[in-house]
Ligand binder design. Structure first.
Ligand code: GLV
Length: 319
């Protein structure tokens, strides 16, 4: 019988489907798996059904190949997997694009609104008993109408965020290597510019790029300090796109007004300089966290795993 390793609990219907066709090893406990645990547990399995917290390094892949046929990731981002090594070793990789676009764009916009209108800060203010009167200048934020939203990476999620910005009266500009189709640019009223221009002229910058060697630390100190005075940074992509220590400084003494962050450089650790700031909204990587979306993601990864176990073409392959 084929064997599938499931690194962390999945919805029961997904586990039932896998158990009907394969021997399932469900690693005990809920904690993210370290490289050592994967080195010890993954060899001897045909499929690994994993989450973005599991480091599928070259060593892990080498230890599990050639038996390992597929790494099925319950997420769209693949930065925890050494894709180059997987390709070299003939291990297929699948993921869950598309099904989490709206949930992630919704959360991105929630962060954008919260950071622009100081929602969390206001909540803390009321709870602390500090609210004594209405006043004209109490906790004023950024007006979204006529503000410019700069989307870094106009892919599925970036586009969905841009679409949400239009009814708020925001202007949209974007940067990415290739121009978007003209009909999409028309629909969004969006203009393309380079990253430097986008950072210098956007009131809100939202990141929607995959993390890889070329994007690691993309928003470094120089770029953060070159942002428009009073700008807001929103990150629902990957923490390591941004130099977190430099971000703290750009908030404290640089141009930034606020930040809304769902992702961090070394999750679940958050830079202590961010934790102490009122102008930052922090979430524990909740982009796709609706019940319906998380079930769709787990189902998609299960579909990929079952196809590999049956020797059929694997759907949702990243490579
Ligand atoms: C979440 O961050 C994902 O990549 O799906």
């Amino acid at each position: 019988m084929k064997r599938v390793l499931v690194s962390r609990p999945l919805p029961a219907p997904c586990l039932d489907r896998l158990r009907a066709e394969a021997e399932v090893t469900l690693l005990p406990g809920e904690a993210p798996r370290g490289e050592q645990e994967l080195l010890e547990s993954l060899p001897g399995h045909d499929v690994a059904l994993i989450q973005l917290t599991e480091p599928i390094t070259e060593r892990v892949l080498e230890a599990a190949a050639p038996r390992l046929e597929l790494v099925a990731q319950v997420a769209v981002g693949l930065d925890n997997i050494d894709l180059h090594a997987a390709r070299r070793l003939g291990v297929a990789v699948s993921h869950t694009p598309g099904v989490l676009t709206d949930a992630t764009a919704d959360l991105c916009f929630a962060l954008l609104l919260a950071a622009a209108r100081r929602v969390v800060e206001g909540d803390r203010y009321v709870r602390a008993g500090r609210w004594t009167r209405w006043s004209l200048d109490l906790l004023c934020g950024l007006e979204l109408r006529d503000a410019t939203l700069g989307i870094v990476g106009l892919g599925r999620i970036g586009t969905a965020v841009a679409r949400r910005a239009l009814p708020f009266g925001m202007r949209v500009q974007y940067c990415q290597r290739h121009a978007a189709p003209p009909e999409l640019e028309r629909e969004l009223g969006a203009t393309r510019c380079d990253l430097e221009t986008l950072l210098a002229t956007s009131d809100v910058v939202s990141l929607h790029l995959p993390l890889g060697p070329q994007t690691h630390g993309l928003l470094d100190r120089d770029r953060l300090f070159a942002m428009k005075p009073g700008a807001i940074l929103i990150n629902t992509a990957r923490g390591a796109l941004v130099d977190e220590a430099a971000l703290v400084d750009a908030l404290a003494e640089g141009p930034l007004r606020a930040a809304g962050l769902d992702v961090f450089e070394a999750e679940p650790a958050v830079h202590p300089g961010l934790l102490g700031r009122d102008d930052v909204v922090l979430l524990p990587h909740l982009g796709s966290a609706t019940e319906a979306t998380r079930l769709r993601m787990a189902t998609m990864a299960t579909d990929s795993a079952l196809a590999a176990l049956r020797g059929q073409p694997v759907p949702h392959r990243a490579q």
